[in-house]
Design a binder for this molecule. Structure first.
Ligand SMILES: NC(=O)c1ccc[n+]([C@@H]2O[C@H](COP(=O)([O-])OP(=O)(O)OC[C@H]3O[C@@H](n4cnc5c(N)ncnc54)[C@H](OP(=O)(O)O)[C@@H]3O)[C@@H](O)[C@H]2O)c1
Length: 322
């Protein structure tokens, strides 16, 4: 298949490109700074010659969006919103105008669209969309607003012949340098991988191989449309999540961090505490119902596999599924 990945130069794009290319597909990445083979220029907001790559393709997976790992200044929030909404809009326009449109358009979204919650997990049918939950900082609604606007662009796009799926993905854990697993592992290894703000907040995650397998599953299954949660079935409290991570790195100590320490740390790392403190308890209702089997449903085994690959410097090969 020809698979086009707008915004495919980042962490998730690297994971997908590696796996889909290895499976024999032709992968084309749309980027604002093409350089490598298989990369084509686009600006993420206006149609251009890149539309020819989409016309006649089989699958489009749009990942474009300014990183959310930043301070939530007004300028950054605007860039987070615009980069997602405008890129989804133009991808929809180009697919809608194509003579030979792709069979399916997978549009990245995020598990952050759901409310901060401890008591029960969110699946697609019963989950509560965030933005109005009590007891959380008011500005946390920004990321939910961005996710909703992002999904709306895809929903409203007039792409009659193309199936549309929104990927409500949890954090994708891969052993690549600079990815979220790498950063959390570094914290664990220097003794800072303890509970943050009490550590009761849930962490949703997905192992990189399961992320790729879920994408392949959604490409194949013509009956699935709309939002789909991409998260391992067993999210766990941050305290336990970091304890398991410390264990795989054999680090006995993990200093706890209070909320204000997290504020200072996030400021120093030019990030925002919402990423650490929001409880994301998200489960893959539709994937499980459709018969998808996770190779890494539990965090201890997933973390063990990722740490082993990180140590060995091997990115692709996982140990046998559990
Ligand atoms: N990583 C995760 O675990 C995770 C989980 C859930 C959802 N997501 C979402 O999935 C997407 C991909 O995640 P990622 O971790 O791979 O992100 P990333 O490493 O930050 O890469 C995102 C890509 O978006 C492109 N981009 C950035 N600003 C843009 C703009 N203004 N206009 C057009 N393109 C722009 C960049 O491509 P160029 O600079 O090459 O143009 C970049 O490669 C993001 O939207 C993210 O919010 C990620």
């Amino acid at each position: 298949m020809r698979i086009v990945i707008p915004g495919g130069t980042g962490q998730v794009g690297t994971v997908l490109n590696r796996a889909l290319s290895a499976a024999g597909h032709e992968v084309v990445v749309l980027t604002r700074r093409p350089g490598a083979p298989g990369e084509v220029y686009w600006d993420g907001r206006t149609p251009g010659p890149w539309a020819d790559v989409i016309d006649g393709s089989d699958v489009v997976i749009n990942l474009a969006g300014r990183s959310v790992n930043c301070r939530y200044t007004p300028a950054n929030l605007r860039a987070m919103m615009d980069s997602r909404v405008l890129s989804a809009r133009v991808v929809g326009e180009v697919i809608g105008a194509a003579a030979r449109p792709p069979r399916v358009w997978l549009q990245m979204s995020t598990a952050t669209v759901y409310a901060h919650r401890f008591d029960a997990p969110h699946d697609e049918a019963t989950g509560v969309i965030g933005g109005a939950e009590p007891g959380v900082p008011g500005y946390w609604s920004h990321s939910v607003d961005i996710a909703k606007a992002w999904e709306r662009e895809q929903e409203e796009a007039a792409t009659g012949r193309t199936r549309k799926v929104a990927l409500r993905s949890a954090m994708v854990m891969s052993p690549d340098r600079g990815g979220v697993f790498d950063v959390l592992s570094w914290l664990a290894r220097v003794g800072l991988g303890g509970p943050v703000g009490g550590g009761a907040q849930y962490v949703s995650w997905i192992h990189d191989h399961d992320f790729v397998r879920a994408v392949e599953f959604l490409v194949d299954r013509d009956d699935l449309t709309g939002p789909v949660n991409l998260a391992a079935p067993e999210p766990l409290p941050q305290r336990a999540f970091m304890r398991d991570l410390r264990e795989v790195w054999r680090m006995p100590v993990g200093l706890p961090a209070t909320r204000w320490m997290a504020e200072v740390g996030a400021f120093a790392l030019r990030s925002d505490t919402e990423l650490l403190l929001k409880s994301r308890r998200v489960v893959p209702g539709r994937l499980l119902e459709a018969g998808f089997g996770f190779a890494y449903p539990r965090w201890p085994e997933a973390a063990g596999d990722l740490a082993r690959r990180r140590r060995e410097g091997r990115r692709g090969a996982s140990s046998a599924p559990h």
